[in-house]
Design a protein around this ligand. Structure first.
Ligand code: MG
Length: 165
């Protein structure tokens, strides 16, 4: 049983515009589509939301503070690699990831065919079993800008526990 004081919870959220001339990368996986996510980095909003969920759980600075979009070092950065860095920071702080859950809200493309590949990609950088990672995708029922296909948004929650406790 876990002592309550050893458990930490974090939440993350992100939204990126869909634009022409960009690759669509979600959770480190290239998804064939005619639009991609705008951003200083590769625009991988799932990796961004999970980074913030991990940072929030341990009161780390948020993604914008850790990897500023004014820093040329992060221009076109592979966000999955930034997520790996943050996962290592979690370990260095003495915590391990119990589980991650996520919701991706996209009118298109349909993401369900890519869920397993995304889960595998995340499990490699987070160094946890794929079955500890929830990936859910849904539409916005045609409502608002996400419903019109102008953007994709994402929520993530993390649960961490102190190691060796
Ligand atoms: Mg972002």
């Amino acid at each position: 049983m876990y002592n309550k004081s050893m458990i930490r919870v974090g939440i993350g959220y992100d939204i990126h515009r869909l634009v022409e001339g960009r690759k669509l990368i979600i959770g480190g996986v290239l998804i064939p589509y005619s639009f991609g996510l705008e951003g200083h980095s590769d625009g991988d909003l799932l990796s961004h939301a999970i980074i913030d969920a991990l940072c929030g759980a341990l009161s780390f600075p948020d993604i914008g503070e850790l990897f500023p979009d004014t820093d040329p070092a992060y221009k076109d950065a592979r966000s999955i690699e930034l997520l790996e860095k943050v996962a290592l920071m979690v370990g260095e702080k003495g915590y391990e990831i119990v589980g991650i859950d996520t919701v991706i809200i996209a009118e298109a493309p349909k993401l369900s065919p890519y869920k397993e590949e995304i889960r595998k990609s995340l499990s490699q950088v987070l160094r946890i079993e794929p079955d500890r990672i929830g990936i859910k995708s849904k539409t916005n029922e045609g409502l608002g800008e996400i419903g019109e296909g102008k953007a994709i948004s994402c929520y993530a929650v993390s649960v961490l526990r102190r190691k060796n406790g």
